[in-house]
Structure formats: structure tokens, C-alpha cells
Design a protein around this ligand. Structure first.
Ligand code: S3P
Length: 172
């Protein structure tokens, strides 16, 4: 794990792939602080994500997101759980890659649909015609941004954490 000592462990991936829950458990397991970029945005703006989108629009949210990400990338030794759209900005991707080891949490699109069924906390879901289309559109971006991919389909969060810890231990 020498390679990642002092670096951030970054979780990226589509909505519903478990970044927040896996991040929480992973941080506990590695004795690191967890920072969730969505939560940091909510604290900064003082409104929940749905209200930020409704009041100020997506572009404003993305601007806040970028500032939060660039700020967090200046810190080290964190587990950093990110929002599903951070990879849309190439500067975010570059900063995340430089700041640490980037893990793409993925799941089958069917599992994601099931996990997000009835979710009202994600404004993007209300504004898209097809979750599948967005998932496929984003897949190539996650692939390029990440150092490794971990499939979370049908796996409890703790099993995903164990898999990640193994991967981290294999880093020279
Ligand atoms: C978004 C994902 C959300 C949140 C916002 C936009 C996206 O985070 O940042 O609603 O563009 O995919 P989660 O991936 O944690 O749901």
C-alpha cells in the first residue's frame, strides 16, 4: 500500500453504485477521514442538492462541485466519495488522478435501476429520459478516469470494501 500512503483514495461512479456507503466503510477500515463531495457542496451552499438544482440550476451545481473537488484534491490521506457527474469536467478528472488512486465503482444498469427506483434525492433522474442512456454515455468517461474498476453488483458494501483493500495492498 506504499504507493497510496499519503494520497487520497477516490471513489467515482454512476449514481447508485454505493460510493457513499462503501466510502464510509472503507474510511473506517483504512483509518482515514471520509469526505463526500456532495455533502461538502450541501454544507457550502446551505441547501440540499435537489434545492440547489431547482433554485440555481445544474451549471451552478457543477461550478460548486468543481471548486469543492479542486479544494479536496489539495488535501491528502482522505477517502473521497464523489458525485456521479464529477468526471464530466476534465479538470476534475486530472486533479483527482493526481491527488490519488481512483476507483470506479460500477454495477449492472439493471441493479442501478433497482437501487434508484423511487429515489427523489437525485434531481438528474427527474430530468432525463433514460437512465440507461446516461449510464452508457458516462461509462467510457469513468473507464478513462479510473485506475481500477470494481463491480458492486450483488455484493454487500463490506465485500466491496474487502475487494478494494486487497487492490490497495497490491499497489507497490
Ligand atoms: C449526480 C450525482 C449525484 C449528485 C447530483 C448529480 C450526477 O451524486 O452529485 O445529483 O450527475 O450523476 P451521487 O452519484 O452520489 O448520487
Amino acid at each position: 500500500m506504499k504507493k497510496i500512503a499519503g494520497k487520497n483514495v477516490v471513489l467515482i461512479g454512476f449514481m447508485g453504485t454505493g460510493k457513499t456507503e462503501v466510502g464510509r466503510l472503507l474510511a473506517a477500515s483504512l483509518h482515514r477521514y471520509l469526505v463526500d463531495s456532495d455533502r461538502a457542496i450541501v454544507e457550502r451552499v446551505g441547501k440540499p442538492i435537489t434545492e440547489i438544482f431547482a433554485t440555481f440550476g445544474e451549471a451552478y451545481f457543477r461550478k460548486q462541485e468543481k471548486e469543492v473537488i479542486l479544494d479536496l484534491c489539495g488535501q491528502s490521506g482522505l477517502v473521497l466519495a464523489t458525485g456521479g457527474g464529477v468526471v464530466l469536467d476534465p479538470q476534475n478528472v486530472e486533479a483527482l488522478q493526481k491527488s490519488g488512486f481512483v476507483i470506479w465503482l460500477d454495477a449492472s444498469v439493471t441493479a442501478i435501476e433497482q437501487r434508484l427506483d423511487g429515489d427523489e434525492s437525485r434531481p438528474l433522474l427527474a430530468n432525463i429520459d433514460s437512465l440507461r442512456a446516461l449510464y452508457h454515455e458516462r461509462t467510457s468517461v469513468y473507464r478513462v478516469a479510473a485506475h481500477v474498476r470494481v463491480d458492486t453488483t450483488d455484493k454487500p458494501p463490506l465485500a466491496v470494501v474487502e475487494e478494494i483493500v486487497k487492490i490497495l495492498c497490491q499497489q507497490p
